[in-house]
Design a protein around this ligand. Structure first.
Ligand code: ATP
Ligand code: MG
Length: 564
């Protein structure tokens, strides 16, 4: 492709909402174009990258025995009603009506239509297992679309679904996808971590996420370097200390004026935050619940929500807190609540003695509070977030924390959807069973951004060759110099003949401008044809490591085969 013909323009300025490198660079390099909030068009250069990533995913899915098909994105409400997700998706689902007022949505994920398709096609154990996939646009009206294609409202996903006769079969299908995912992300050059993930309130026997570590990641990952344990913070657990065996002291109410935050209270009482227990009131689908964790910890809302199979949950309103505790916000505690509500206590708190809590009275706290004696918890469960330095649940070494971008997710669903949609098979004896399902997603657009997050510098993108829109760019320094142009054209055609997608920057621009654009675009191999063209010598520059070398025509051609 001749750069003079390219439909592309680099941008010097990017909008202020582009906060992270990949978003800025995708806009600056003209890979994508914002059409609306969270909705992007892929321009030719961006679409090439998209197709490269898609190709690798497709090859590995096919290698794993998954078959590609394509479902509609526009789906009738009934498809999602039997599983309950028509309601459950809430405002995240894009909904619309047809001219007869029938309800439809734009598919946010496709468990239901795949389950229906398999149900209506296969009846016998002999047909199974089967794994199907598609690469398609998904629609989710995200609360906060941001970071360009990392969290957008229309995005490309590869979604696969496996159907087996039993859990054992599912384990095998799942393992195939796990292996395929590893090959995909390895081939794309991504540095990723596989973490245990939350399976949600609705069960499922296991789930893992593929995370690209990055400071801009929206997920927190807990990992142990000693034994390899890695889990999403939503799911991570830690080893707890021995229960405190000290004697219970007499409970005492203390006046704590002007001490609203834990820090102020700690200073006032001359102690440490781990001697406190925080009590936080939540509204979970309309029901108020008190959650208790040690004072130096945070509540893990995923764990708490799972207990109640929460659809919607939020902190309780000020009004609710004041009515139920009989005090201003900031003095909630398990003793003296004015209404009977569930008290959910973290397992660690169960092992504590003589701790401090809010007294359900403005400006007052209780000290020497003990579970069992002063109050009873309705539920004792792990509802805390793990933090840096906690002990690994597997080996007891210290846990580290990092941030990650979730590029893929694999999930053992079990029979949730097959039960709901009656997707059954007949066994040897002719008995009916629900198929056992797995689902497997890769965010194609998010993966592209993750590659850029990992491979960039102040000059632009540094594409790994497999993803690069073009592998080589030939840059003649002067377009009016015959020798330079002749050698440039000869090289350009030879690269194409050898199967390398190549650009030739034939614009009548200063070399500096061309170099800048080539760097911004991240083309792995730059071949500059300039002052030594007469001798047949060109300059190579490898974008990934910045190295340069002079090369003959043959060496320049060979170099394209070496880029990674
Ligand atoms: P997240 O927690 O980031 O919202 P999710 O758990 O909702 O993700 P899945 O439903 O598992 O995501 O979707 C599969 C994959 O699709 C994710 O691993 C991610 O790579 C991608 N993905 C999900 N939501 C978006 C989005 N809004 N924009 C771009 N990619 C997305
Ligand atoms: Mg999501």
């Amino acid at each position: 492709m001749r750069v003079s013909n390219l439909f592309f323009a680099t941008q010097r300025e990017v909008p202020a909402d582009a906060e992270i490198p990949s978003h800025k660079l995708m806009l600056r390099a003209g890979l994508i174009r914002k059409v609306s909030s969270g909705i992007y068009a892929y321009m030719p250069m961006g679409f090439k990258v998209y197709k490269n990533v898609e190709k690798i995913i497709r090859e590995e899915m096919d290698r794993a025995g998954a078959q590609e098909l394509i479902m509609p994105a526009l789906l009738p409400a009934e498809t999602y009603q039997a599983s309950g997700r028509w309601e459950r998706f809430g405002p995240e689902m894009f909904r619309l009506n047809d001219r007869k007022s029938a309800q439809f949505c734009l598919g946010p994920t496709h468990e239901e239509p795949f389950t229906e398709a398999v149900r209506d096609t296969f009846r016998s154990y002999k047909n199974l297992p089967v794994t199907l996939y598609q690469i398609q646009h998904k629609y989710r009206d995200e609360v906060r679309p941001r970071f360009g294609v990392i969290r957008s409202r229309e995005f490309v996903m590869k979604d696969a679904y496996s159907f087996d006769i039993d859990e054992e079969g599912l384990d095998k299908s799942y393992q195939k996808m796990y292996d395929a995912y590893r090959r995909i992300f390895d081939r794309l050059g991504l540095d990723y971590t596989i973490v245990d993930a939350d399976t949600g309130a609705m069960g499922g026997s296991g789930s893992q996420e593929f995370m690209v570590k990055s400071p801009i990641g929206e997920d927190a990952i807990c990992f142990c370097d000693a034994c390899g344990y890695a889990a999403n913070e939503e799911k991570a657990t830690c080893r707890e200390g021995e229960p405190d065996g000290s004697d219970m002291l007499a409970i005492e109410k203390i006046h704590t004026p002007d001490a609203k935050t834990i820090e102020e209270l700690v200073a006032f009482m001359g102690t440490t935050p781990d001697k406190f227990v925080k009590t936080i009131l939540y509204n979970i689908d309309g029901r108020i619940v008190a959650a208790m964790v040690r004072g130096d910890r945070d509540i893990n809302e995923t764990k708490l929500g799972n207990i109640y199979e929460a659809m919607e949950m939020d902190l309780a309103s000020f009004d609710d807190v004041e009515r139920i505790t009989g005090a201003k916000v900031g003095f909630a505690g398990p003793v003296g609540l004015k209404e009977k509500i569930d008290i959910v206590m973290d397992t660690e708190v169960a092992g504590m003695r003589n701790f401090i809590v809010g007294a359900c009275e403005t400006d007052h706290h209780f000290k020497n509070v003990n579970p069992g004696r002063d109050f009873n918890a309705d539920i004792v469960k792990d509802i805390k977030n793990v933090k840096e330095g906690d002990l690994c649940p597997k080996c007891g070494q210290k846990i580290g924390m990092a941030r990650g971008v979730e590029v893929g997710h694999i999930f053992k669903l079990g029979t949730k959807y097959s039960d709901a949609l009656n997707c059954v098979y007949l066994d040897k004896e002719g008995k009916e069973h629900s198929m056992v399902m797995g689902c497997y997603g890769i965010g194609v657009s998010r993966t592209i951004a993750a590659i850029i997050e990992q491979y960039n510098d102040e000059d632009g993108i540094k594409w790994p060759a497999v993803a690069a829109p073009y592998k080589v760019i030939v840059i003649p320094t002067k377009t009016n110099d015959e020798q330079i142009m002749e050698l440039s054209e000869k090289l350009y055609n030879a690269y194409i003949d050898n199967g390398f997608e190549t650009l030739i920057d034939d614009r009548n621009e200063r070399p500096g401008v061309k170099f800048k654009d080539a760097d911004l675009l991240g083309i792995p191999l730059r071949v500059t044809v300039g002052r030594r063209a007469a001798e047949g010598i060109v300059e190579l520059k490898f974008r990934m490591d910045g190295t340069t070398a002079e090369a003959t025509y043959e060496e320049a051609l060979e170099a394209a085969g070496k880029i990674r």
